[in-house]
Ligand binder design. Structure first.
Ligand SMILES: Nc1ncnc2c1ncn2[C@@H]1O[C@H](COP(=O)(O)OP(=O)(O)OP(=O)(O)O)[C@@H](O)[C@H]1O
Ligand SMILES: [Mg+2]
Length: 270
């Protein structure tokens, strides 16, 4: 890592700017039969920011996330993560690079404890055989650092006191937070989230977004988030892309995009 104290020549500023972009799509197009779900979409996500994609139902938001995370191959266009062309890379390879998609329903192992849920999320873990591994004791010995990391993350989300509880005992909100914690445990640096606060009460929704901001500030985690509940999400995000009929119709600071007549019109139509 470059030293922060060293003054840099002015000519490097441009290059530095480019480095800020951690995730980029270039003219991505994805069709399903006759339906053009995503049409010529180019977006840039800067490291350590929260970028939000908005748009009416069917505007292509989820399809775009599915292309980025490798679930769909685009018909055209490229996807770059950390300046690596990841277009067509299998999802698990993209995951290994630290670009991780989360899902609306927390995918926890309900019969395992909170801590065990964290441990199985760690790359190279014994997966669902953790019970066997724990029984062998080998796990705890070898993975002391991993357990420490798990506790650090649980503490961050104020879940550490529940480490020994079965995940099934957690509240809905705690399950959502544990799911985010597990994603970080898996090595995520950039998180793709499709409606992370769907079906969550407003107080908890604000709490979840506050945690995302804290992750951004303290761990430089980057977020690309699809969200419909703009009245809640808007205040937490740095940049917004608005989609309609598969295309980007507006981008900018949240207030600017939400007041864009094109965006307002798209919601009225959609
Ligand atoms: N697997 C698929 N097969 C066929 N058509 C699809 C498929 N996935 C999405 N589509 C179509 O592509 C378009 C975009 O869908 P997409 O799910 O990306 O929209 P969205 O913006 O996420 O909508 P919502 O806000 O309702 O979640 C829609 O017309 C949808 O019907
Ligand atoms: Mg969707």
């Amino acid at each position: 890592m470059a030293s922060l104290s060293e003054p840099r020549p002015a000519m490097m500023l441009e290059e530095e700017k480019e480095e800020d972009v951690v995730l980029e799509t270039s003219s991505v197009r994805k069709t399903f039969g006759g339906v053009v779900a995503v049409d010529d979409v180019s977006i840039q996500v800067k490291k350590g920011t929260i970028t939000m994609i908005i748009g009416p139902n069917g505007s292509g938001k989820t399809t775009l996330i599915n292309v980025i995370s490798g679930f769909y191959l685009p018909d055209r266009g490229r996807v770059y993560y950390k300046n690596i062309d990841i277009t067509g890379m299998p999802p698990h390879k993209i995951f290994e690079l630290g670009l991780v998609r989360t899902f609306q329903i927390p995918r926890l192992f309900h019969n395992l404890t909170v801590l065990e849920n964290m441990l199985v999320a760690y790359p190279g873990n014994p997966g669902e055989n953790i019970g066997v591994s724990l029984a062998k004791k080998r796990w705890l010995k070898v993975e002391e650092e991993v357990v420490e990391k798990a506790f650090r993350l649980l503490k961050f989300f104020n879940l550490d006191h529940l480490w020994d509880s079965p995940a099934s005992n957690l509240s809905g909100g705690q399950m959502k937070l544990l799911d985010v914690a597990r994603t970080l445990m898996s090595g995520a640096e950039t998180m793709l989230m499709d409606e992370p606060i769907a079906g969550v009460n407003p107080a908890l929704a604000h709490e979840i977004f506050s945690y995302l901001v804290k992750l951004k500030n303290e761990m430089k985690i980057t977020f690309l988030i699809i969200e419909h509940r703009l009245e809640i999400a808007t205040r937490y995000v740095d940049w917004v892309y608005a989609m309609a009929r598969g295309r980007i119709i507006s981008q900018g600071k949240p207030k600017q995009v939400l007041e864009d007549p094109l965006v307002i019109e798209s919601y009225l139509e959609g």
